[in-house]
Write a protein of this length. Structure first.
Length: 279
């Protein structure tokens, strides 16, 4: 398994990127158009949010899933029995958000959605004909005007030693959605599982962009694009005392979008959220 870093501006970027998605479920981009200083500012401002007491004022709505998910309710990955060591905020443009943070996070949301649309066009263009024929609509059209796409601002607190034995920052899981756009975080720890079950570190300095296939695109492509299992491991040494912030954008189709002969996007999402215990 190889995970090379693709230059977004290179002539063969689309081809190389889609090849990586097919072979590994992941693609890493450098020289992409998302603004580094905007990301840095979001990381700083949300670190402030997570360390403030009033974060509880934005407690998530169970029905609509927007807002703050404290560590007491944050996910237990499918097939695991220990909660992840994390708390997070789900930002949707229509959802609750601290007003002082809304503008910049929305700005990022729009930029990242535009980029995702381009990347889905790349995926479509470089899908083999026998795979593309099964797409029920153009891939980029599936996320257009979707109210389900969500930006997750994740905070993994410092490791104190009081954590449940065996718990890690994010247990092994696949993402539910179509595609995930994930800027390299302010700390390492993200790992991808190889076919033989072993793990390797996702490369990328701050400024690189990690993109991965979710279960919905695996479903829509009949498995040609694999939704690869990944996890976030706990830091060692001096890094244990540091928070990690990351910012995955989960591209979700509108609920009425037909993914395959088996599922619409809405049916698929409901089933998975119930399994996660958050719905
Ligand atoms: O924090 C990360 O780097 C990855 C997070 C992740 O995989 C997720 O929230 O689904
Ligand atoms: Fe994930």
């Amino acid at each position: 398994m190889m995970l090379s870093i693709v230059d977004y501006k290179a002539d063969n970027a689309a081809e190389e990127f889609v090849k990586s998605l097919h072979e590994t479920g992941f693609g890493v981009l450098k020289n992409h158009p998302l603004q580094k200083d905007l990301l840095e500012s979001i990381y700083n401002n949300w670190a402030g949010y997570f360390s403030s007491e009033n974060k509880q004022d934005f407690h998530f709505n169970v029905d609509t899933q927007d807002g703050f998910f404290p560590d007491t309710v944050s996910e237990t990955a499918k097939g695991h029995d220990k909660k992840d060591i994390k708390e997070y905020y789900h930002y949707y443009p229509w959802g609750q958000c601290p007003e002082a943070l809304r503008e910049e996070v929305h700005n990022y949301f729009v930029q990242a959605n535009e980029l995702a649309s381009t990347l889905l066009d790349w995926v479509e263009k470089h899908s083999p004909a026998d795979v593309a024929v099964n797409y029920k609509a153009a891939l980029s059209s599936m996320i257009k005007d979707s109210e389900q796409t969500l930006l997750r601002i994740l905070h993994y607190p410092p490791i104190t030693g009081d954590e449940e034995v065996g718990a890690i920052r994010a247990a092994a899981h696949g993402d539910i959605n179509l595609l995930t756009v994930l800027p390299a975080a302010n700390q390492g720890g993200l790992q991808v599982q190889k076919k033989d079950g072993s793990w390797f570190d996702v490369p990328g300095d701050f400024g690189c962009l990690v993109v991965n296939i979710g279960d919905m695109l695996q479903e829509a492509s009949g498995g040609y694009f694999p939704s690869t299992i990944h996890r976030v491991i706990n830091p060692e040494g001096a890094d244990r005392s540091k928070s990690r912030i990351s910012l995955p954008l989960f591209l979700h189709p509108r609920p009425d979008v037909v993914l395959s002969d088996r599922y619409t996007a809405g049916e698929y999402l409901d089933e998975r959220l119930r399994e996660l215990g958050v719905k």
